[in-house]
Structures are given as structure tokens and as C-alpha cells.
Design a protein around this ligand. Structure first.
Ligand code: ASP
Length: 280
């Protein structure tokens, strides 16, 4: 059993040591509580549990504390993939709910598993998700000040459970100040992908992640026999060739974990029951 979570990149508008330390501590706490949860739950359930906690922490750009788009509204995206049955579910640009990743989880049982905009909100309401404003004063201030580099800070989790099952979950408030209608990578297979061999969650500039097909490529390379390191090295070389900005975390079915980022400011934490690895 093992898991690794990420909290996106450090905000370019707030590089203070205080914020870095607070994010690292939050990741450490969430990795520990999620590992406890993993003892009695599946990889899929644990990925949702971990990402829900990250969504609820306003330090991160997902759920509460999501960034505001150019028209002053918050639209969130999240996806879940179960490595056992290769099912992918997600919501794209959903408004006014607390935990987009939990809607993705409920969607797993549906034929129509990726919903957008009003349809996603309607489905959430029909399934008991209350109206909730994810806006925080900090994000409103950033928006008002038009700090366009408000910071990339998507969250994600990849897990292997006691039965060796893999899952990946990713949730985001987007890039901030984006055009209405813009689609994030987080609820696509470029940003979140898993099968029986490997699970990957990405963060960074969504357009770069989609252009590079990052999560799917890494998983495919591991499926075809490459090590995580080889798969990441090749995929990030390809990202560099398009001058891309992103990072990813991964776990394989042997319990190996790996992470890499194009810019060294990504925050992540892993836990295997005895030792933590936290980005310093
Ligand atoms: N990948 C997200 C997006 O482009 C942003 C992020 O990772 O912070 O929507």
C-alpha cells in the first residue's frame, strides 16, 4: 500500500516560505490521514478521500479556494480513473459545489461518465450535492488585482491499495483568469490516467499537458515495459521540446513512485506507512 499526492505548483504571486511550509505540512497531514483510510478502503475510494481533503483546503487551487475565471466565476474540473476496470469519470467546468471529485466518483456507475457545465451541476444536485460557493477572499483579491499569475495549484492523488489495485484522481480550479469555456486538462486522459500497470496525475499548464498527452503517455510506456523513470524521462523530454510547463506524480503496480516537473516548484508528498517524502 502506498500513495503519493500533489498540490500543484507554488503560486507565482506568493512564493513566501510561510505558504510553502503550510502547503508542505498540509500535504504531509493529508498523506498520513489518507494512508490510514487506505487500510480499510480501495485505491479508488482513497484517491477520492485524499483529493476531497485537498479540495477542502483553501491553500490549494481546487474545490474551496479555486481560482476565478475571467468573468468572475469559478468553474472546477475533476476526474477519477480506476486502474482495475479502466473506467474514467469526470466533471468539467462545474460551478457551486464543494467537492467535484466526489461527483466524479458518483458518475463512475453511469453510462455518461464525463459531464460538463450545467449538466454536471444538475447531476450533482440530483445526487444530493448541496449548493456551495468555493470562493475565498484570497482568490477574490487576486482576481480583483488581476494577478494573472495567481498560481497553478491543481491537486491529485495516485494510490496502490492492499490488493495491488491502482487509481488516480485529479481536481482543479483551472489556470485562473481563463476565457469562459476553456477546458482544463485535469478532467482529460492527458491529465489523469490509470490502468492495471500505472496511475498518473498531472498539474501545470493544461494546454501543454494536453499537447503532450502526458498522463496517457507515461502509463502507456510503463504498460509497454519501461520503468517509471524511463517513461518520465522520455515524456518530459517531449514536453521540453514544446517548451511545456507541467509536473506529474505516478505509482506503478509494484508500488514504485515517481515524480518530475519541468519547473522545480511543484509540491507533493508520499507515504507508505513508515516514511514520508515531502518536497522541500
Ligand atoms: N492543469 C490545470 C489547468 O490547466 C492548472 C494547474 O495544474 O494548476 O487547468
Amino acid at each position: 500500500m502506498k500513495l503519493i499526492i500533489h498540490g500543484g505548483f507554488f503560486s507565482e504571486s506568493d512564493q513566501s516560505q510561510e505558504t510553502k511550509t503550510a502547503k508542505q505540512q498540509a500535504l504531509k497531514d493529508i498523506a498520513a490521514s489518507s494512508y490510514e483510510y487506505l487500510k480499510n478502503h480501495s485505491a479508488e475510494e482513497t484517491a477520492v478521500f485524499a483529493v476531497s481533503q485537498l479540495e477542502d483546503n483553501e491553500l490549494f487551487n481546487a474545490g474551496t479556494g479555486s481560482q476565478i475565471q475571467s468573468d468572475g466565476k469559478i468553474r472546477m474540473s475533476a476526474a477519477l480513473m480506476n486502474g482495475v476496470n479502466s473506467r474514467f469519470s469526470g466533471v468539467i467546468n462545474v460551478q457551486n459545489i464543494k467537492n467535484p471529485i466526489q461527483v466524479a466518483q458518483v458518475l463512475m456507475k453511469e453510462d455518461d461518465r464525463v459531464l460538463g457545465d450545467d449538466g454536471a451541476k444538475k447531476y450533482a444536485s440530483e445526487n444530493g450535492f448541496a449548493d456551495y460557493s468555493p470562493e475565498t477572499p484570497q482568490r477574490r483579491q487576486e482576481y480583483e488585482e488581476k494577478k494573472k499569475n495567481g498560481g497553478k495549484g491543481t491537486v491529485g492523488c495516485v494510490v496502490i491499495d492492499a490488493q495491488g489495485r491502482l487509481a488516480a484522481a485529479t481536481s482543479t480550479g483551472g489556470k485562473g483568469f481563463e476565457r469562459v469555456g476553456r477546458i482544463s486538462d485535469s478532467a482529460t486522459v492527458a491529465g489523469n490516467f490509470a490502468n492495471e500497470f500505472c496511475a498518473v496525475s498531472c498539474t501545470g499548464v493544461g494546454e501543454d499537458i494536453v499537447s503532450n498527452g502526458t498522463a496517457t503517455k507515461i502509463v502507456t510506456r510503463v504498460t509497454d515495459g519501461k520503468s517509471l523513470e524511463e517513461a518520465f524521462t522520455k515524456t518530459f523530454e517531449e514536453l521540453k521540446a514544446i517548451d511545456g510547463f507541467s509536473g506529474a506524480i505516478a505509482i506503478d503496480n509494484q508500488g514504485n513512485i515517481y515524480h518530475q516537473d519541468s519547473h522545480p516548484t511543484m509540491v507533493f508528498a508520499s507515504f507508505d506507512g513508515t516514511s514520508f517524502e515531502v518536497f522541500e
